[in-house]
Design a protein around this ligand. Structure first.
Ligand code: CP
Length: 317
């Protein structure tokens, strides 16, 4: 694995999941694997789970960890090529990445969608600069269109919770929110579920279809109750409109996941990447129920990160 920015960087998903579950059994089995090497964790946006799980994963492997909360602590970055930097921006992203190359053996970066210019987001305008200028492997800690470490943790969690001898029905359901949110988690979950042995369904209101590039041949149902029928796993997530980019077309029906809606399912396990808006996206009763595997999912972020760091260390050692 040279870089890790999407499911396409994985050769064999089932073997990566198996490896992650082995690491989970004994996370400290290789405490010196990253000895003498440094990973830079660069956050252009807020984080709780990604920051802390990545730090734990790196420490478990003996890596030195540099965490840069760039939005708060670094110089104001310029992202446009050829910019005349006589305004508020102080350091060009190219220069920042060249300097990170001097300090780090692996660079991991979080760079959300700006949600202002669809073309910039679809083309991963920031992540692409890291991929262009980095001279060391690059790991996405969530980019404009994908959240691959989250999706790997989601695959690990589904695998741990499915013992029956048939394909589980996995439903990704849109949920309400108070402000526009990027499509990265939904896109990424769809992309990874298409590589899993599951019956995958996406349900969202009209006007909220994800980018066809990520939906591919997945079933899309605009009636939530119909989609939830007999589900074994429900993944709850909001996203704003892709078609009317970053807008929030009005939705008349109530899409919040409640216990009443869970009755339609096969006693489904409930997932969410967190952070979650309780009683907006899903109800307290669902969040705190035995059906929720949301905290297990958060714990698995450690093992998804550790597996990817370990694979990349194999490549550069
Ligand atoms: N799920 C997730 O990525 O959480 P953070 O945004 O807190 O890192």
């Amino acid at each position: 694995m040279q870089n890790f920015t999407s499911v396409e960087d994985i050769n064999d998903l089932q073997s990566i999941i198996k490896e992650a579950l082995k690491i989970k059994e004994n996370p400290l089995a290789e405490p010196d694997k990253g000895k003498g090497k440094t990973i830079g964790l660069v956050f252009l946006n807020s984080s709780l789970r990604t920051r802390l799980s990545s730090q734990i994963a790196a420490q478990n492997l003996g890596l030195n960890v540099l965490t840069l909360n760039a939005a708060q602590e670094a110089w104001n970055l310029e992202f446009s090529d050829g910019a005349i930097m006589n305004g508020d921006t102080v350091e060009h992203i190219k220069d920042a990445i060249e300097v990170l190359n001097q300090y780090c053996d692996i660079i991991a970066v979080r760079c959300f969608a700006g949600m202002k210019n669809k073309e910039d987001d679809v083309n991963e305008s920031i992540l692409s600069q890291f991929l262009k200028h980095a001279k060391v492997p690059v790991i996405s800690l969530e980019s404009a269109t994908r959240h691959p470490l989250q999706s790997l943790a989601d695959c690990i969690t589904i695998t741990e919770n499915w013992k029956e001898d048939r394909k589980p029905k996995v439903v990704l359901t849109w949920a309400p929110h108070i402000k526009p949110i990027a499509q990265a988690v939904g896109n990424s979950f769809a992309e990874w579920m298409q590589e899993m042995d599951v019956d995958f369904v996406i349900t969202n209101p009209e006007g909220y279809d994800l980018d066809p590039k990520f939906v591919k041949n997945s079933t899309v149902i605009h009636n939530q109750n119909e989609a939830l029928k007999d589900a074994d796993f429900i993944y709850v997530k909001n996203w704003s409109s892709f078609e009317n980019y970053a807008q929030m077309p009005e939705v008349k029906e109530n899409w919040m996941l409640t216990n009443e809606k869970l009755k339609l399912t096969n006693n489904a396990k409930v997932m969410h990447c967190l952070p979650v808006r309780r009683n907006v996206e899903l109800s307290d009763e669902v969040m705190d129920s035995e059906n929720s595997i949301i905290y297990q999912q958060a714990k698995n972020r450690i093992f998804s990160a550790q597996t990817v760091f370990s694979e990349i260390l194999d490549e550069i050692s």
